[in-house]
Design a protein around this ligand. Structure first.
Ligand code: ZN
Length: 118
């Protein structure tokens, strides 16, 4: 019986090996990210997609930074005001989210990453 307990997370952490050889390095990178930054997969959940949509809808797709109203699909981002850095509570906290246009979001992220010394 004790042995069953040793099988646990292996299966879920096995990456899909469907990438063609030309995509190998990208697949490897993604695999590495999934392994080292498990919170990345939160972004692909339905829960995140609807939360992100709600935040942007309530902001009327208006950028909190520059005030641009961005109607085009995929051009607004639900941004974490306080970087969650893998903190689940911060990640899912609606009050910690704001609508940013892509331009501002990329600027904010770059500044944060510089500050964090990445
Ligand atoms: Zn903006």
């Amino acid at each position: 019986m004790g042995r069953l307990k040793q099988l646990p997370n292996r299966l879920t952490s096995l990456p899909p090996r469907i990438a063609s050889p030309s995509h190998q390095s990208e697949a490897d990178r993604n695999r590495y990210r999934r392994a080292t930054q498990p919170w990345r997969k939160w972004y692909s959940t339905k829960a995140w997609q609807s939360l992100s949509w709600k935040v942007r809808l309530e902001a009327h797709f208006t950028c909190a930074q520059c005030g641009r109203v961005e109607g085009r699909k995929g051009q607004t981002v639900a941004d974490h005001k306080i970087p969650h850095k893998g903190d689940e509570a911060l990640f899912w906290d609606e009050n910690n989210l704001q609508c940013l246009c892509k331009l501002c979001h990329d600027k904010v992220k770059q500044a944060e990453e510089r500050a964090a010394g990445w």
